[in-house]
Design a protein around this ligand. Structure first.
Ligand code: THU
Length: 132
């Protein structure tokens, strides 16, 4: 494992500390690596309506976009699950919007790692045609 990956995992663990998940107790942190080398963090933010819950991956994307950053190469997702957790369907689409070639690194509570390409998780992802 490269040093960069270790650092990203540690950053995602830092973000996981801030997860607001009183309903599921499923604590998730994400570290999104931008192509310019900057790292944007996210954690899940649950809501009493449940449906308004935000996943860690989406809060990381929103955090980056709010800082004017839209190009990403990797995301690390950590959780307190026994198994590495891949992004949910909505998050796959949100990640695909900005980074169809994204590398996903999911890490379990014990440090077990699973890697996938977003294109394999979300093939032929949906995009509206736009001039960005
Ligand atoms: N969750 C994430 O933050 N990311 C994932 O990839 C899977 C699910 C959150 C949403 C909710 O707060 C909790 O985990 C249970 O679904």
């Amino acid at each position: 494992m490269s040093l960069g990956e270790d650092q990203l995992i540690q950053k995602a663990r830092d973000a996981q500390q801030h997860a607001y998940a009183p309903y599921s107790r499923f604590l998730v942190g994400a570290a999104l690596l931008a192509k310019d080398g900057r790292i944007f963090l996210g954690c899940n933010v649950e809501n009493s309506t449940l449906g308004a819950t935000l996943c860690a991956e989406r809060t990381a994307v929103a955090n980056a976009v709010c800082h004017g950053v839209r190009h990403f190469s990797k995301i690390v997702i950590v959780s307190n699950s026994d198994d590495p957790v891949m992004p949910c369907g909505i998050c796959r689409s949100v990640l695909f919007e900005f980074a169809p070639d994204l590398e996903i690194i999911a890490v379990s509570s014990s440090g077990q790692i699973e890697k996938m390409k977003l294109g394999d998780l979300y093939p032929k992802g949906f995009r509206l045609n736009s001039e960005k």
